[in-house]
Design a protein around this ligand. Structure first.
Ligand SMILES: Nc1ncnc2c1ncn2[C@@H]1O[C@H](COP(=O)(O)OP(=O)(O)O)[C@@H](O)[C@H]1O
Ligand SMILES: O=C(OP(=O)(O)O)[C@H](O)COP(=O)(O)O
Length: 376
């Protein structure tokens, strides 16, 4: 069933979006995830639905945390982006009352869904309780569709469920770039090590090389017995893959990871107690040569702590890819909340910008996602 075929008049729709946006000092750094959801919100509202937006924000531990509430920053952004619409905010305990005073076409943003027990564990009792408020479920949250959570894979068990417009767009754009004949390079970085690393063996069968930076490189280096000091890492299973390209040098710092000035070292000489914060200058050059030799670059995860003004590898590589894309020498797809925010000034030069990071890599590797399977 397609969203265009459903009659939504006077129906309540649970619309899963992903408003897990990067925020610094109370300001949203990049609202692309909210902007991309607007077409589906307007579509449903114009067809007479009452739209209940479900999203997570950050990683709360199944209880209210003021700093992760959607009430101020995210709700304000939505009000700014939809000035002509009637918007409401509610937590779960007030949803019934709000639904009774709202009309067709109105939109309700529900409080951070991860404040509630049952979301991350995907409990059926939680999903069926949410479903009991509504007539339909729409998934427009590509970037969280790799998570087996209640609001992603649970609710569709209890309601007729369809794909939202931006989720559909994401899939068709990504499929356009999946060409088995063109050699491609995967660049993987960032902090969410396990959700990206799971895909490495499948991706390595398809890709020419997988260049790793960020916490992913740290975790692999540590597994190989390289001292990584106090750097971010996760314990990972043994990876034996000759397509993985590690940095040859890294920037390391002591003290505040967002402010301190780093120095460059060969990966064999990372000092005890120091933190790897970026790939080094020789690694940037090496990565550029890998980019020169492929037709497609897929990139998710920053190469270092790009919030630190001294960590510029992500910017330099983004600029290089943007330039080669503009010159028609490569096609580029960039994805992930933090990666997009760190490369925002080159956004218009990439071939495609996905709002998803781990979900985007998972989709490339598996051609589907748990949240999408529920809609077929
Ligand atoms: N070496 C590193 N040490 C600590 N954090 C890092 C390192 N490299 C990258 N990061 C952090 O990773 C975060 C982005 O990771 P992730 O959420 O996986 O990316 P995305 O949101 O693009 O999918 C950034 O906030 C960045 O500071
Ligand atoms: O930001 C997200 O993913 P991303 O960091 O892979 O881009 C999604 O909102 C998923 O968030 P999660 O990794 O807390 O489940």
């Amino acid at each position: 069933m397609k969203i265009e075929e459903v009659s939504f008049t006077d129906k309540v729709v649970l619309l899963r979006v992903d408003y897990n946006v990067p925020v610094l000092d109370g300001k949203i750094l990049d609202s692309i995830r909210i902007v991309r959801s607007l077409q589906t919100i307007r579509f449903l509202s114009n067809r007479g639905a009452k739209v209940v937006l479900l999203t997570h924000f950050g990683k709360p531990k199944a209880r209210y945390e003021q700093s992760l509430s959607l009430k101020r920053i995210v709700f304000s952004e939505l009000q700014t982006l939809l000035p002509d619409m009637k918007l409401f905010f509610s937590d779960l305990s007030g949803l019934n009352d709000i639904l009774s005073v709202t009309k067709s076409g109105d939109v309700i943003l529900l409080e951070n869904i991860r404040f509630y027990e049952g979301e991350i564990e995907n409990r059926d009792t939680f999903s069926s309780m949410l479903a009991s408020y509504a007539d339909f479920y729409v998934n427009d949250a590509f970037s969280v569709s790799h998570r087996k959570h209640a609001s992603v894979i649970g609710i569709p068990k209890f309601l007729p469920s369809v794909m939202g417009l931006s989720l559909k767009d994401e899939i068709s754009w990504i499929q356009k770039f999946q060409s088995p004949d063109i050699p491609f390079l995967v660049i993987m970085g960032g902090a969410k090590v396990s959700s990206k690393l799971q895909m490495i063996s499948v991706l390595s069968e398809q890709a020419q090389h997988i260049f790793v930076g960020g916490g992913i490189a740290n975790s692999i280096m540590r597994q190989k017995g390289i001292n990584i000091g106090k750097s971010l890492y996760e314990n990972i299973p043994l990876i034996n893959c000759d397509k993985i390209v590690l940095p040859v040098d890294v920037l390391v710092l002591k003290g505040d990871i967002y402010k301190s000035e780093p120095v460059v070292v060969d990966i064999r000489y990372i000092p005890q107690g120091w933190t790897v914060c970026d790939i080094g200058f020789a690694s940037v050059i090496h990565l550029k040569r890998l980019i020169d030799n492929v037709g497609i670059v897929l990139w998710s995860g920053t190469l270092g702590i790009s919030e630190n003004e001294h960590c510029n590898a992500t910017d330099e590589i983004a600029s290089y890819i943007a330039h080669r894309t503009n010159s028609g020498m490569v096609k580029s797809i960039i994805g992930g909340g933090d990666t997009l925010s760190a490369t925002i000034k080159y956004r218009d030069s990439f071939s495609y910008v996905s709002v998803a990071g781990s979900a985007f890599l998972t989709y490339i590797a598996q051609d589907t996602l748990p949240g999408i399977e529920q809609l077929l």
